[in-house]
Design a binder for this molecule. Structure first.
Ligand SMILES: C[S@@+](CC[C@H](N)C(=O)[O-])C[C@H]1O[C@@H](n2cnc3c(N)ncnc32)[C@H](O)[C@@H]1O
Length: 252
């Protein structure tokens, strides 16, 4: 089948071969080995990643207010910061947060390579420990809440809400479970088919799935929605959905 979801990847980015060879089972980590191939991993593992980035930037043009902060929690190599920086005015400060020093190093290099001059700050912090957020018109969490221990997700969501200005928004992109086991099984099958079309072998897919088993804990779309409303967001909507991937926007 022709891959209609293939998106452009930069030929300069190193290819993700982390799980190409057989390796002992160990939990997935955002370490140096992953950080240096992460952009290729994202582009080949996340359906419509570039379109999601474009949509986030589009929403930022409406939500970012002068003099406010935008936080990107789980900023990795800085792709969302780059998208946001291109979309919002210079008076908006961009704050990237990640607990992986390896990711933050890549992020710094990536921003420098792109000549990024937007006011910004990169913070190394573990979001499981909570996060102080202030003066935010927007908070983005792209594929990161799923890595926060479920025990701490409500607290983090509440502190995001507290740090948002009125009418500010949280953008939450997550891998999700299907609402029913039948859909769940099918969606995962279609997702692995996408990964195969994008050049990952059965072994790579199986080894990565095992590595993520205890690390990436997805909720159902409805569970994410309930978490947002429970924290006190006044409304929330879905702006992106592809099988087991979902983008939601919630308003303070
Ligand atoms: C899938 S990546 C996010 C991708 C990125 N948002 C983007 O759109 O390109 C998840 C990121 O969250 C970070 N992360 C995971 N758990 C974290 C935690 N407890 N505290 C802070 N960062 C965390 C990882 O280091 C990783 O960079």
């Amino acid at each position: 089948m022709r891959d209609v979801t293939t998106e452009p990847t930069s030929p300069a980015k190193p290819k993700d071969t982390v799980y190409r060879e057989p390796r002992p089972v160990a939990d997935f980590e955002f370490d140096e080995a992953v950080a240096c191939v992460f952009d290729d991993m994202l582009n080949r593992s996340v359906p419509f990643y570039q379109e999601i980035q474009r949509m986030i930037a589009e929403m930022a043009t409406d939500f970012a207010t002068e003099g406010s902060n935008i936080y990107d929690l789980g900023c990795s190599t800085g792709n969302t910061l780059l998208s946001l920086g291109a979309a919002v005015g210079k008076s908006v400060k961009l704050i990237g947060v990640d607990y992986s020093e390896d990711m933050l190093k890549r992020c710094r290099d990536n921003l420098a390579d792109h000549g990024f001059e937007h006011a910004h700050e990169l913070i190394c912090a573990d979001l499981n420990q909570g996060m102080h957020i202030e003066g935010a018109s927007m908070v983005t969490m792209v594929l990161t809440m799923q890595f926060i221990r479920p025990l701490y997700r409500d607290t983090l969501t509440t502190s995001i809400l507290q740090g948002l200005n009125d009418n500010g928004c949280l953008i939450l992109v997550e891998k999700v479970l299907g609402e029913d086991s039948v859909f769940n099984r099918l969606f995962i099958k279609y997702y692995y088919d996408l990964k195969k079309r994008r050049g990952y072998s059965e072994l790579e897919i199986a080894q990565k799935r095992e590595a993520l088993e205890n690390v990436l804990v997805p909720y159902r779309l409805m569970e994410n929605r309930e978490m947002l409303l429970r924290a006190g967001f006044r409304c929330c909507d879905v702006f992106f959905k592809w099988y087991n991937f979902c983008g939601m926007v919630a308003l303070k």
